[in-house]
Design a protein around this ligand. Structure first.
Ligand code: NI
Length: 176
């Protein structure tokens, strides 16, 4: 499907509800566990999503939309959540994610971006020139990627407990 801004925003604004319903009161045996060394727990993923809202998607959109000036994006810190989430409960992180996500969706909607705006470009530190349409598509798919990750991390907690059914459960065989 071609990129449709309102369709993407519809998905992006549902992710806080999705994560709240799924994770908020779930036992920590599901949310504070990971897939092994140097992998993330569902709790870590929520912190990562918050950091993206604060420093990545909107900041990069603004670089693309501004007239003139430096079009290079600031590299994203993929590990910032370990500092920024420190001492916070998952409930607090989910509340924070909801606030920043809903504010960002409202902001993007308020800009009434047209085809011309979506075709504007910025410079990604690794990929080079990218369009605003690609950035906003990636913001959307990035949510789905991490929803899949959260499901996978939780599924793997019972990887050995499922016994022979492991053969039918693609999710516990997938690597990070
Ligand atoms: Ni990510």
């Amino acid at each position: 499907m071609a990129f449709d801004l309102e369709a993407s925003l519809a998905l992006l604004e549902r992710t806080p509800d999705l994560l709240d319903a799924w994770l908020a009161t779930l036992p920590s045996g599901w949310t504070q566990v990971n897939e092994g060394p140097d992998t993330w727990s569902p709790y870590d993923v929520v912190g990562h999503l918050i950091h993206g809202e604060r420093t990545d998607w909107i900041a990069r959109m603004e670089v693309i939309l501004r007239d003139g000036g430096d079009k290079r994006f600031v590299p994203f810190d993929r590990f910032a959540q370990f500092r920024e989430s420190e001492g916070k409960s998952l409930t607090e992180l989910l509340r924070e994610f909801r606030e920043v996500r809903m504010a960002n969706v409202a902001y993007v909607r308020s800009l009434r971006l047209d085809e011309g705006a979506l075709g504007k470009t910025g410079i990604h530190p690794t990929f080079g020139e990218v369009t605003l349409g690609q950035l906003l598509s990636t913001w959307t798919v990035h949510d789905l990627d991490h929803v899949m990750q959260i499901a996978r991390v939780m599924a793997k907690q019972l990887k050995t407990e499922v016994g022979p059914w492991v053969a039918f459960l693609r999710i516990v065989r997938e690597t990070t």
